[in-house]
Design a protein around this ligand. Structure first.
Ligand code: DP6
Length: 356
C-alpha cells in the first residue's frame, strides 16, 4: 500500500476572486493573495489495488508524517453528503486528467485499477470562520496526484524543482475550488484565468491575525456569492476597476510600499462587501463586531506603519502586519476586543507533499 500526504495552507486574497464564468471556476477578474502557513489542511491518500477504480473519503485523522510531533491542533471536518460528493467528484476529475498533465514532465501514472482512500484534517476548527475550501482542495489535489505517480520520488522531485508542473496541478485544483489554485506557492500569488504566478515583493516578513467575530456557518456560501454579486448595480465596471487596482497593488508590493498595499487592500475588501450589500437580494456577512472592528482599524490603515486589513466572504477581519510589530498588534487587538478569539499565522510558501 502507498500512502501519500499533502499539506496545503489557506490563502487570504487582497484582490478578490468574486464573480466567475459558468464552468471550470474561471474568474471574471484576476486576483492576488498572500499564502498562509499554519492554517492548513492535511490530506492522506492510501492506494490499494482493487477490482475496479473507486474513491472514498473516511472521516478519520490522516497520517501526519513529519508533522506528527508538531504542536498543531487537528480537526477532521464534518462533511455533509453533498460536501463528500464534491470532494470525490474532484478526485475522479484528477484521476481522469492527471495522466495528461504528467506527460510533458515525464511522470508515469500508475497502471491498473485502484481504491483511493482519502482522509483529511484541518489545523483550524470547523467553526473558526476560516474558509477551508482553498486549503482542502489544494491538499486533496496534491495528495491524489502524488499517489497517482508510479514513482513518487520522481513526482516529488519535479514538484519541488519545476514551477510549471506545480502550476499545472494548481490549475487542476482550481476546477475543484477556485481560490485553492493560489495555495501552491508563495508568498504573493496572482491568479489570472487558468494561470498562477508569484509576485515578488520587497515587503519585510509579515505576521497575520484573524479576529474571530463569529465562526457560525455562512447563510450564503462563497459559491452562491459568486452568482449573486452580478445582480448588483455596482457590478458594472468591476472588472476594469479590479484590473487597475491589481496593477497598482503589484507596483506597491514590488516597491515594498506597505502604505499603498494597505490602502488598496482596504478599498478592495469594502468593494467586494458592497457588492454583497447591493445585490438584488442584498445579503451581508458582517456582524455588529465586524463593524466595530472595521471602525477601530480604519484610522490605522492611513497611518505611517499601517496594517493590511481585509475580509473574505465572512465576518472576520484579517489583519496583516510587519512581523516585527506582531507583539504590539497582538496586545492592541486583545486589549480592544477581549471577547473575540485571535488566530495567528504568518506568510508561507505553499503546499508540500511527502510519503508517509
Ligand atoms: C471571497 O474559491 O470559495 O474568498 O470556486 O466556488 O469554490 P469556489 O469559490 P471560492 O471563492 C473564494 C472567494 C473569496 C475571495 C478570494 O479568495 O479571492
Amino acid at each position: 500500500m502507498t500512502q501519500i500526504i499533502a499539506r496545503a495552507p489557506s490563502n487570504i486574497a487582497l484582490i478578490k476572486y468574486m464573480g466567475k464564468k459558468a464552468i471550470g471556476n474561471l474568474p471574471e477578474n484576476p486576483s492576488l493573495s498572500m499564502t498562509l502557513s499554519k492554517l492548513c489542511t492535511f490530506a492522506e491518500v492510501s492506494v490499494v489495488e482493487s477490482s475496479k477504480d473507486i474513491e472514498t473519503w473516511v472521516p478519520e485523522q490522516p497520517a501526519l508524517g513529519k508533522y506528527s510531533e508538531s504542536d498543531l491542533m487537528f480537526q477532521v471536518p464534518v462533511l455533509k453528503p453533498e460536501g463528500i460528493e464534491k470532494v470525490l467528484k474532484h478526485v475522479r476529475l484528477l484521476r481522469a486528467k492527471c495522466p495528461e498533465v504528467f506527460s510533458p514532465f515525464q511522470i508515469k501514472p500508475r497502471a491498473g485499477q485502484f481504491h483511493y482512500q482519502l482522509k483529511t484534517a484541518n489545523t483550524f476548527p470547523q467553526a473558526s470562520g476560516i474558509a477551508s475550501s482553498a486549503s482542502a482542495f489544494a491538499a486533496v489535489t496534491l495528495s491524489v496526484a502524488g499517489a497517482m505517480a508510479s514513482d513518487f520520488s520522481e513526482f516529488q522531485k519535479v514538484y519541488l524543482e519545476n514551477m510549471s508542473f506545480r502550476r499545472a496541478l494548481a490549475s487542476l485544483s482550481r476546477q475543484g475550488s477556485g481560490s485553492s489554485c493560489r495555495s501552491f506557492e508563495g508568498i504573493f500569488v496572482e491568479w489570472d484565468a487558468e494561470a498562477t504566478r508569484t509576485v515578488e515583493s520587497k515587503l519585510s516578513e509579515l505576521a497575520h491575525f484573524v479576529l474571530l467575530i463569529s465562526g457560525a456557518s455562512k447563510a450564503v456560501s462563497s459559491s452562491e456569492a459568486h452568482v449573486f454579486v452580478k445582480t448588483s448595480r455596482l457590478w458594472e465596471g468591476r472588472v476594469a476597476r479590479v484590473e487597475a487596482r491589481l496593477a497598482q497593488l503589484k507596483e506597491a508590493l514590488i516597491a515594498g510600499d506597505l502604505g499603498r498595499v494597505a490602502l488598496i487592500s482596504w478599498g478592495e475588501a469594502w468593494e467586494m462587501h458592497s457588492l454583497f450589500h447591493t445585490a438584488t437580494f442584498p445579503f451581508s456577512y458582517w456582524e455588529p463586531g465586524t463593524v466595530e472592528a472595521l471602525r477601530f482599524l480604519g484610522p490605522f490603515v492611513n497611518s505611517d506603519n499601517p496594517p493590511i486589513v481585509t475580509l473574505d466572504a465572512g465576518p472576520n477581519p484579517h489583519i496583516i502586519v510587519r512581523a516585527s510589530d506582531r507583539e504590539e498588534w497582538r496586545a492592541r487587538l486583545k486589549e480592544r476586543f477581549p471577547r473575540f478569539e485571535l488566530l495567528e499565522d504568518r506568510a508561507g510558501m505553499g503546499a508540500e507533499v511527502f510519503q508517509a
